[in-house]
Design a protein around this ligand. Structure first.
Ligand SMILES: NC(=O)c1ccc[n+]([C@@H]2O[C@H](COP(=O)([O-])OP(=O)(O)OC[C@H]3O[C@@H](n4cnc5c(N)ncnc54)[C@H](OP(=O)(O)O)[C@@H]3O)[C@@H](O)[C@H]2O)c1
Length: 259
């Protein structure tokens, strides 16, 4: 049975929602009533299978769901993505900028192609998404939520994504002012440590992460709850903010939780 929700009749596109945090956001917004555009970079292999599994769960909640593949670094592909979302689902109300892909290397060791990928996916890609989604988002007033990380404000070794997140948090502030008059709110969620596929890579690089207690980690669902709040009417007075969702980890940076 289909439950009524805050997002009834709305459509949400979550970039990078085949797995991890993006998947949890897709399911959370579907629970709250939204029809969902599940998106990943690739339309083949494991990504496709994962996307289909997410869609099945969304449909099980009584919502419409379609799957899209587009490299967000490719402006034309992003244009085609937004056109397809409009053709299939009719509108777009909530755009969650969650996709990320980055090398784990010190900046001085980045090859030119690493650096290009870093900037083209994690900066250009989000801007392309907003540019191409704008005509849809401004029809009825929309929301943009960017998924940031603590790397935006604290240095992590071999994590050049951090400076991109910092730039994007500033972009969120920029968009709040630029797009506010067009009826679009922009905010960010700066997530702490979350056990996803990318965390497995981080753990290989920083074995000390394995010694942290469970209380140091945020779940994908906890991040998704805050995204749903920021995109809801309850957050109508919040614009241009990047909310830290890390169970207080950064607040007590010199004192890890004991259990
Ligand atoms: N995990 C953490 O500890 C943590 C903490 C704070 C913030 N975050 C942020 O939360 C977000 C999600 O993280 P996650 O760990 O859930 O990620 P993840 O498991 O690595 O999944 C990444 C998603 O992004 C998609 N993607 C990657 N490159 C893309 C591209 N060029 N174009 C389009 N889609 C692309 C992937 O699609 P495919 O399946 O097709 O590859 C996948 O759906 C990221 O922005 C990350 O920086 C993560």
């Amino acid at each position: 049975m289909r439950a009524m929700g805050e997002f009834d009749g709305k459509v949400a596109l979550i970039t990078g929602s085949t797995r991890g945090i993006g998947r949890a956001i897709a399911l959370r917004l579907a629970e709250a009533g939204a029809d969902i555009a599940v998106h990943g970079r690739s339309n083949a292999g494991p990504s496709r299978a994962l996307a289909e599994a997410v869609c099945e769960e969304v449909r099980g909640l009584g919502r419409r769901c379609e799957i899209y593949a587009a490299d967000i670094a490719d402006k034309e592909a992003v244009g085609a993505l937004m056109a397809a979302v409009e053709a299939d689902l009719g509108r777009l109300d909530t755009l969650v900028l969650n996709a990320a892909r980055a090398p784990f290397k010190e900046t001085t060791r980045l090859l030119e192609r690493d650096l290009r990928q870093l900037v083209e996916v994690n900066l250009f890609g989000h801007v392309f998404c907003v540019q191409k989604a704008l005509p849809l988002l401004e029809k009825d007033g929309g929301d943009i939520v960017f998924i940031s990380s603590l790397g935006s404000r604290f240095m992590n070794p071999q994590y050049p994504l951090g400076p991109m997140k910092a730039a994007m948090e500033a972009m969120v502030r920029q968009w709040a002012e630029e797009l506010g008059p067009r009826g679009i709110r922009a905010n960010g969620v700066c997530a702490g440590l979350v056990k996803t596929d990318s965390y497995k890579t981080l753990r290989r690089l920083w074995p000390e992460l394995g010694t942290l207690p469970e209380a140091a980690f945020v779940t994908p669902e906890e991040v998704a709850d805050v995204v749903a709040f920021l995109a809801s009417g309850a957050a109508r007075a919040i614009a241009g903010q990047n909310l830290v969702v890390d169970r207080g980890l950064s607040n007590r940076i010199l004192r890890a939780p004991e259990r």
